[in-house]
Write a protein that binds this ligand. Structure first.
Ligand code: SF4
Length: 322
């Protein structure tokens, strides 16, 4: 039975809204509001939700690229939120991130060799020869060639640039990689190549991924388990197949009803949600989804549902299952 490598408990990230001539705090945006989940060693946990649901902020808060407001992030037996700067720097060797836009995340003035060498140097590989050898090895691992090391990011296609981003993330043999929309800037044909590469690398190097994406087919392709977020909260979490075959939360049902089926003869009813996603600066009372939920009952307006287990390995935040 795999053990959790990462346990997130009650994670919150609120951003202050400031206004007036003195720039006083006039409110807050609850980007991530009490999110809890675990990631098992060797698994790919997908987190999906519409833009602005807090999934990327969750990923960045785990790595403390954004300081969390509250909560625990236990990784390899340590609470990441309590670590000092030097301890955090050491820990980043084991916990890496791949960003959405491979072009923006690679310094255009540096060669690929310099880009991939940087994390090696930061974590103590002082010999230039050793770094060069490792860079060449990493380029081969991600499907590029050692001669690419002397080139600059603009000389590559989007897919190749993301391969460079992956090579950089792999440089110090991390245990966990947070993948923040890693294929959403790529063409569909290239997306599956990168997803297949990432799966292969997971098996080859016993990696664990927290995979954040808005695209349901991408999430389905790669994830072992999937968490669905809405307005800063996790509303459902279970195995990939169970989520797609038997979604329980009304928001998940609506999201999945919009995915086209491969067989045009099979008809399914699309659930159209009314209204827009409310502002996280002024979230609804009770269940955050009640303003749009087709199955709302009176209680939903007043009482926030608990995120709890409704079946073995199936968690839902909805009064219909309490
Ligand atoms: Fe809908 Fe109520 Fe369930 Fe929220 S708690 S998802 S409003 S039924």
């Amino acid at each position: 039975m795999p053990e959790p490598i990462l346990e997130v408990k009650g994670l919150k990230k609120y951003f202050d809204i400031r206004g007036g001539i003195f720039g006083r705090k006039v409110g807050e945006v609850k980007a991530v509001d009490d999110v809890s989940f675990s990631v098992m060693e060797g698994e790919i946990l997908g987190i999906v939700g519409e833009s602005g649901c807090g999934k990327s902020t969750t990923g960045k808060s785990i790595l403390r690229l954004i300081e969390p407001t509250e909560g625990e992030v236990n990784f390899l037996g340590q609470d990441v939120t309590k670590l000092k700067a030097e301890e955090m720097r050491q820990l980043r060797k084991d916990m890496q991130i791949i960003f959405q836009d491979p072009y923006a995340s690679l310094n255009p003035r540096h060669t690929v060799e310099k880009i991939i060498s940087e994390p090696l140097l930061i974590h103590g590989m002082t010999s230039k020869e050793e770094r060069k050898k490792r860079v060449h090895e990493l380029l081969e691992v991600v499907g590029l060639s050692s001669y690419h090391a002397a080139r600059y990011p603009h000389q590559f296609s989007g897919g190749q640039r993301q391969r460079i981003g992956i090579a950089r993330a792999l440089a110090n043999n991390p245990k966990l990689i947070i993948c923040d929309e890693p294929v959403s800037a790529l063409d569909v044909s290239v997306q599956s190549q990168i997803l297949n590469l990432m799966e292969k690398l997971r098996d080859e190097f016993q990696l664990t991924y927290l995979f954040i994406a808005h695209d349901l087919s991408v999430i389905k392709h790669i994830s072992d388990r999937i968490g669905v977020m809405y307005l800063g909260q996790m509303v459902e979490l279970t195995d990939r197949d169970r989520l797609y075959e038997n979604p329980k939360h009304p928001y998940t049902k609506a999201l999945l009803s919009a995915v086209p089926l491969p067989d045009p003869d099979i008809k399914k009813e699309r659930i159209i949600l009314k209204g827009d996603v409310p502002s996280p600066a002024d979230p609804p009372s009770g269940c955050p989804f009640h303003t749009r939920c087709p199955e709302m009952i009176d209680r939903c307006k007043e009482v926030k549902p608990k995120f709890q287990s409704v079946e073995d390995n199936h968690f839902v935040a909805c009064h219909l299952y309490e």
